[in-house]
Ligand binder design. Structure first.
Ligand code: CP
Length: 301
């Protein structure tokens, strides 16, 4: 069994092999691997959980779902013991979202249970970064030299952290922008900071981030209208974007806070394309983890 814990473990060849497998699945080559996948979510989710459920279903898998309140995690069982239990039951893959950094005790793979990080605190969201990169690859053919702007609440964003690393691996130029209180010093080695109005006009892709009010101290809380005017993607700013540039957002979206509501559904927006691509990329990841392996060729039908 293989696991997907972090984007740090991916190189360019592995990522493009994954994209190839996702494309083959899009064209109808869908192996039926059977078995069961467990969803273990300690934080809320719509896109990640449901797209993993859809991906597993398309691969002929059954699904079970555990949340922190409705499982023995609420009785004090450790996550590691919960996963050992799932492995003993015969579950093939556990898709796990944690409210904190990925636990040290789960850094190594279980022999018969694939672990997939579905978002860990503010630190990592590797499958989101992979589906975002797949969306950029479908749009532009290659990420080499492409300029990707990640803007908004960078400090609290696991999406920003995983994207900054993975996009660098794939040869993109990564820029960050947003309010000073949401800057993230740990991303300086992967990104260049630009003033917001400059950033909008240089990017091939403008990736807006959700203002994560639930992670903020009171002093950081954003007022919707003021935030949109100062730091959001407005219609006026959209008009300064490069002609080929696209709008991205990992979701969920705060309409009229980080992005004007009308732009969520604009022809430049790839927000729902990202969601749809999430199913394909997660199908390919589940297949790799359970049956294939990163370099294994998925044979077309
Ligand atoms: N992008 C993302 O992780 O969305 P969910 O929280 O809905 O899974």
């Amino acid at each position: 069994m293989h696991s997907v814990l972090s984007v740090n473990h991916w190189n360019r060849e592995d990522v493009y092999a994954l994209f190839h497998q996702a494309e083959l699945m899009q064209r109808g080559t869908v192996p039926q691997i059977g078995g069961m996948a467990a969803m273990v979510f300690a934080e809320p989710s719509t896109r990640t959980m449901v797209s993993f459920q859809m991906a597993a279903t398309r691969l002929g898998m059954n699904i079970c779902s555990l949340d922190a309140l409705g499982s023995s995690l609420s009785k004090g069982e450790s996550l590691e013991d919960t996963l050992r239990t799932l492995q003993a039951i015969g579950v093939s893959a556990a898709v796990i979202r944690t409210g904190h950094d990925w636990p040290r005790s789960l850094q190594r793979s279980f022999s018969d249970l694939a672990l997939i990080n579905a978002g860990s605190g503010v630190f990592e969201h590797p499958t989101q970064a992979l589906l975002d990169a797949f969306t950029l690859y479908q749009e532009f053919g290659t990420l080499e030299g492409r300029r990707v702007v990640i803007a908004g609440d960078v400090a609290h964003s696991r999406v920003a952290r995983s994207n900054a690393v993975l996009l660098n691996t794939l040869g993109a130029e990564v820029y960050v922008s947003g309010p000073p209180q949401f800057a993230a010093a740990d991303l300086e080695q992967w990104t260049q900071w630009l003033p917001w109005d400059d950033a909008v006009s240089v990017g091939d892709a403008i990736m807006m981030l959700r203002v994560q009010n639930e992670r903020h101290q009171d002093r950081d809380k954003a007022n919707g209208e003021d935030y949109l005017t100062s730091w959001g993607l407005t219609h006026e700013r959209m008009q300064t974007m490069q002609p080929q540039a696209i709008i991205m957002h990992p979701g969920p979206v705060n309409r009229d806070v980080e992005i004007a509501s009308e732009l969520v559904d604009h022809q430049r927006s790839r927000i729902l394309k990202q969601v749809a691509n999430g199913v394909l990329v997660r199908m390919a990841l589940l297949w790799q983890c359970i049956k294939g392996g990163r370099r294994e060729q998925l044979v077309s039908a």
